[in-house]
Design a protein around this ligand. Structure first.
Ligand SMILES: [Zn+2]
Length: 238
């Protein structure tokens, strides 16, 4: 069966994590039928998810990385089927220069795009959300202290998305990138990086599909506060 390479599929919203709706509402197995590449978090805000080449991995707060089983669940994830429409070789550059260059070269500002960077990195700095127990704390409380990991001269892959700022709350407006090292020793939500030699692949999307957990009672009953969501995303996801 031909897969749809023109749509980003997102389960849940970033905003639903803000008040603490961390219950997994889609299985990894089902998620992978909507894409072979992406990012997310597991049930209970348990770590950071990195999906590459049809395999979903969890970076945990203890620094371990393991493959996720098909029956594990996620409250929030974005995936797509990989078919880049542009690629370029990158010379050494900072994260700020990389992000500015991508915006300019691919005119990302008002579109959705998947960004994948394979190569070597002078520096990688990640963080990993710690597993939460019920009753769940808010995202800002839950991520107030979270383990950070650093590596130098690391080979691996950055994967994530760019979304128009208009979509802040539904997802992260701007860049949202995760990392997984080739040896699976370092991973997580990317806080900082410096490229040594790498190749970037960009896949641009006109279509962004959001799948909401309408069978979840807590989700249905939540009264979302847009201002709180915006401020929490800026605190917790950057
Ligand atoms: Zn993240």
């Amino acid at each position: 069966m031909a897969v749809d390479t023109t749509t980003i599929f997102q389960h849940g919203t970033l905003g639903l994590l803000v008040p603490g709706l961390y219950d997994g509402t889609i299985t990894a197995g089902e998620l992978l039928t909507h894409g072979d590449t992406g990012i997310g978090t597991l049930n209970g805000l348990y770590g950071e998810v990195i999906i590459l080449d049809g395999h979903a991995y969890q970076a945990r707060e203890d620094g371990q990385i393991r493959e996720i089983a098909a029956d594990e669940t996620l409250p929030f994830a974005s995936v797509h089927f990989e078919k880049p429409d542009a690629s370029a070789d990158l010379t050494p550059m900072s994260q700020a220069d990389f992000e500015a260059q991508m915006l300019k070269d691919y005119q990302l500002q008002n579109m959705f795009a998947a960004i994948r960077v394979d190569g070597t990195f002078k520096k990688i700095h990640t963080r990993v959300a710690p597993r939460q127990q019920r009753p769940y704390k808010t995202l800002v409380q839950a991520t107030a202290t979270q383990p950070e990991f650093k590596g130098e001269h690391v080979t691996g892959t950055i994967i994530g998305y760019y979304a128009p700022h208009l979509f802040q709350g539904a997802t992260v407006g701007g860049y949202h990138l995760h990392f997984l090292s080739a040896d699976h020793q370092l991973g997580g939500h990317l806080l900082g990086f410096e490229i040594d030699q790498a190749t970037v692949k960009v896949q641009r999307f006109a279509d962004f599909k959001v799948h909401l957990p309408i069978d979840n009672t807590a989700y249905l009953q939540e009264q979302f506060d847009n201002q709180e969501i915006d401020s929490a995303i800026n605190k917790a996801e950057r």
